[in-house]
Design a protein around this ligand. Structure first.
Ligand SMILES: NC(=O)c1ccc[n+]([C@@H]2O[C@H](COP(=O)([O-])OP(=O)(O)OC[C@H]3O[C@@H](n4cnc5c(N)ncnc54)[C@H](O)[C@@H]3O)[C@@H](O)[C@H]2O)c1
Ligand SMILES: N[C@H](C(=O)O)[C@H](O)COP(=O)(O)O
Length: 341
């Protein structure tokens, strides 16, 4: 397997802390080899602030990253510089943050890396600098579409040991959810989820639970019609395709332990319906995965946690889980392709 590419994320947040601390503990954690798209001076500065001894090797390409990994943290330097300003956003840093995502993605698309792990970005800081994508999920879809020349619908999966959820609508205001939710979108999202659960997670016949939108899944139309007019036809279509899907289920009672044991993934209608239960049950272990892309991409489930940058108090667990899951998914996809070709 090729090494994993990591984009540094927002340099003022905890991304750099997690990268250097995971590298320092790589043997104990048995991490798959990775390289980082980052400003090596900023990264070395953060390691020093944290009192972590890390040797950094600047590389031109990922070619020698796996061999280097045992002795030094392989870093492909950004063309843009990153100021080391923990906890303080700097507008000058935005260009390097976007560059890291773009170049790391290109290495995975080009086959020089097996998967992409993204450290968190501060979305508003990038919006203010002219970045016009809601988040990584949508940006990665555009980068992959540009490279493949075909339209890509990205799907966000948040997965933890106790629960996996997919929001059908992602980064949009709650007031726009009803307008964006269509039977076609639910069906297409579910199909992408099923395909990737088979290909990347080794599940032969995934079971989906589809959440309702309104209280009590609309109370038979008395508390909103979308459950009947939009979600029921989607579930029927999916069942007609042979997909094991049930719903719409009242969202308030589908996440308790016994309910969770009946499905592999909950298909939720909006961002917080999906992410609140996953992060509540496993904030330290859950991983954000983008499905629907030609590449594998994972990320920790948390954000930049600016207040913890350079403090030594950022928990690395979700970042470790993101690296581990990326490596397992890359292996699973490789096995799937080998067996189906
Ligand atoms: N993948 C991503 O790029 C990603 C994911 C989520 C949020 N974000 C962005 O991060 C920024 C901050 O978002 P937020 O404040 O809502 O969420 P956050 O996850 O950064 O922080 C929420 C709370 O959890 C704590 N926390 C987060 N990670 C932690 C860790 N590893 N160890 C210990 N405590 C931790 C924080 O200190 C804070 O109290 C926003 O701009 C948001 O868009 C980015
Ligand atoms: N919606 C995600 C969350 O709350 O964890 C997060 O914002 C990350 O989104 P991207 O991976 O698209 O940046």
């Amino acid at each position: 397997m090729q090494p994993i590419a990591i984009s540094v994320g927002e340099p003022s947040g905890i991304g750099p802390d997690l990268i250097v601390s995971c590298y320092a503990d790589r043997k104990k954690l048995q991490l798959a080899p990775f390289f980082v798209l980052a400003d090596p001076v900023m990264l070395a500065g953060r390691a020093e602030r944290l009192g972590i001894r890390v040797e950094i090797a600047n590389l031109d390409s990922p070619q020698h990253a796996a061999a280097t990994f045992a002795n030094a943290l392989p870093v492909i330097p950004l063309h843009n510089t990153h100021l080391d300003s923990p906890g303080e956003l700097k507008s000058e840093n935005a260009a390097g943050t976007v560059e890291a995502i773009e170049r790391a993605t290109a290495f995975v698309l080009g086959g020089e890396a097996s998967a992409l792990v993204t450290a968190p970005i501060d979305k508003k800081a990038l919006y203010d600098a002219g970045f016009n994508h809601p988040g990584h999920t949508e940006f990665l879809a555009e980068l992959c579409a540009r490279s493949s020349g075909r339209q890509i619908q990205p799907v966000m999966l948040l997965t933890g040991p106790e629960l996996s959820c997919v929001p059908v609508t992602i980064h949009i205001p709650l007031s726009e959810v009803v307008g964006a939710l269509t039977t076609e979108l639910i069906v297409e999202t579910a199909q992408i989820v099923v395909r990737h659960l088979q290909m990347d997670f080794g599940l032969e016949k995934p079971v989906l639970a589809v959440a309702g939108l309104n209280p009590h899944a609309g109370e038979r139309g008395a508390l909103g019609m979308e459950d009947i007019s939009v979600i029921v036809p989607a579930v029927q279509k999916l069942q007609g395709m042979g997909i094991d899907a049930t719903g719409p289920l009242p969202a308030d009672t589908m996440f308790h332990a016994e309910a969770r044991s009946t499905y592999d993934v909950a298909l939720c209608m909006y961002h917080d319906q999906a992410l609140i239960p996953v992060k509540t049950l496993g904030f330290d272990q859950a991983v954000n995965v983008t499905l629907g892309l030609p590449i594998i991409r994972t990320s920790p489930d948390h954000g930049t946690a600016m207040g913890l940058a350079a403090s030594g108090r950022a928990r690395p667990d979700s970042f470790i889980a993101a690296i581990d899951l990326a490596a397992r998914m890359a292996q699973s996809r490789h096995n799937f392709r080998t067996h189906t070709q």
